[in-house]
Design a protein around this ligand. Structure first.
Ligand SMILES: Cc1cc2nc3c(=O)[nH]c(=O)nc-3n(C[C@H](O)[C@H](O)[C@H](O)COP(=O)(O)OP(=O)(O)OC[C@H]3O[C@@H](n4cnc5c(N)ncnc54)[C@H](O)[C@@H]3O)c2cc1C
Length: 389
């Protein structure tokens, strides 16, 4: 066992850190200004320009197999990259990647959806959640009824990330009502790739964060049989795989943001004087800094363990739930303390802390709420799927 990053991992970490500091952090004031004026965070094309710069440095398709033009660096590298990129709130992601489940597509689907997504020509979203089915994913009501060579989709999805911007959606719908009922919702559901041009509509949902997901409406949308992703009635597992992939990454992003925030708190505490002394000399402040540092470190190990487990080809669901639960809660505690250390300034829009404060609240909700992670972790232990220690 070697509890240190390898030379290669350290090199990647250093390069990404430099990229974030040189290319992204200087854009922060512009992002804050744009958002406060109700404009998109970055002008159209800026994200692409930045992604191309990253590509020149070799960071393209971090997690994409080489046969699709990616770097295929593995999950551990992905964790390292996500932590570094989350040190800024500039909405940047490395290009050249696609949703994990799109790789299950047949050759035609790969050509029409996977490759254009990897190349940044098409945007995707994934839709499972409905107004009556969030945590309880088995309670979906959207239907797909076969009509000749087509399936006709009816229903509503909600809270879909990227649903306003996507060119196509991977959406799950009930295709066999009896099977769906007799299997308590685990079967009888199919995943369809549906182009926006096939007729679904989206509506922006305003949130307390700086961006919003979408509600999607399907009103007699006809989808050709060839657009079924995976197997007929096999969509539920695809959905779980999609959700599971992103889970521990929420923890990684929380670690990155918390590290940056803690650095802000340390700098401010050393600078800000009250009653003739820097506030960093007060135990009340020191303890908040110490508790934050310990919790960040703990969350980081959970995240790296989740990534490492996956790299070993092992089932990482238990580890992913722990990384997500602890990481997202740690992020909320740290941003709250950092805001407190900054006093009134922390509450203003002069600083980005309040922005992170609002964003952090989402980490405890999407990709499975706190309560659902606890349910998974305790069930694994109580049923003996995972052994203590
Ligand atoms: C910004 C945003 C982006 C999202 N992006 C996507 C997306 O791209 N695609 C997608 O399909 N979905 C997406 N979601 C949906 C998200 O996954 C759900 O909101 C989440 O799973 C919770 O479902 P819900 O909102 O219906 O809450 P509910 O399931 O109604 O839960 C309400 C409360 O009850 C608790 N609860 C529920 N069941 C139990 C239980 N058995 N035991 C104890 N407590 C329980 C929950 O933890 C929660 O506190 C997104 C949500 C948001 C807010």
């Amino acid at each position: 066992m070697h509890l240190r990053l390898t030379d290669e991992q350290q090199m990647v970490q250093k390069t990404i850190r430099k990229f974030v500091e040189k290319e992204l952090v200087p854009l922060e004031n512009e992002v804050l200004r744009n958002e406060r004026e109700g404009k998109p965070s970055l002008p159209e094309g800026k994200l692409k320009e930045l992604q191309l710069k990253a590509k020149e440095a070799g960071f393209w398709g971090i997690n994409t197999p080489e046969e699709y033009g990616g770097a295929d660096l593995g999950q551990m590298m992905l964790a390292i990259v996500q932590i570094e990129v989350a040190k800024t709130f500039v909405p940047f992601q490395f290009g050249g990647s696609a949703d994990n489940i799109l790789y299950y597509g047949n050759e035609e689907q790969k050509k029409n959806y996977l490759l254009p997504t990897i190349n940044g020509e098409k945007k995707s979203c994934f839709a499972m959640t409905e107004p009556g089915a969030g945590s309880d994913t088995r309670n979906i009501k959207m239907t797909a009824v076969k009509d000749g060579d087509e399936w006709v989709l009816n229903g509503e999805k909600t809270f879909i990330t990227g649903g306003n911007e996507a060119d196509f959606v991977m959406v799950v719908a009930i295709t066999d009502k009896e099977l769906h009922e007799s299997s308590a919702g685990r079967e009888g559901v199919t995943c369809f790739i549906v182009d926006r041009s096939m007729g679904w509509k989206s509506e922006y949902i305003h949130t307390m964060g700086e961006w919003g997901p979408a509600a999607l409406v399907f009103d007699n949308v006809s989808v050709p049989e060839r657009n079924i992703l995976g197997k007929v009635n096999g969509g539920y597992d695809l959905g779980l795989e999609w959700i599971g992939f992103a889970r521990w990454i929420v923890g990684a992003r929380a670690v990155g943001a918390a590290e940056r925030l803690l650095k802000m708190a340390v700098d401010y505490a050393n600078e800000r004087e009250t009653f003739g002394k820097p506030i960093s000399t007060r135990q009340a402040i020191q303890w908040q800094i110490a508790d934050s540092a310990v919790e960040i470190e703990a969350a980081k190990w959970l995240v790296l363990n989740a990534a490492f487990t996956l790299d070993q080809g092992e089932d990482n669901r238990h580890a992913a739930s722990m990384a997500k639960l602890y990481g997202s809660n740690m992020g909320n505690r740290v941003v709250d303390r950092v805001l407190q250390i900054h006093g009134g300034m922390g509450y203003t829009r002069e600083l980005p802390i309040e922005r992170w404060y609002r964003e952090a609240r989402l980490w405890r909700i999407y990709d499975g709420t706190d309560e659902i992670q606890r349910l998974i972790i305790s069930r694994n232990l109580l049923k003996g799927h995972v052994k203590i220690g």
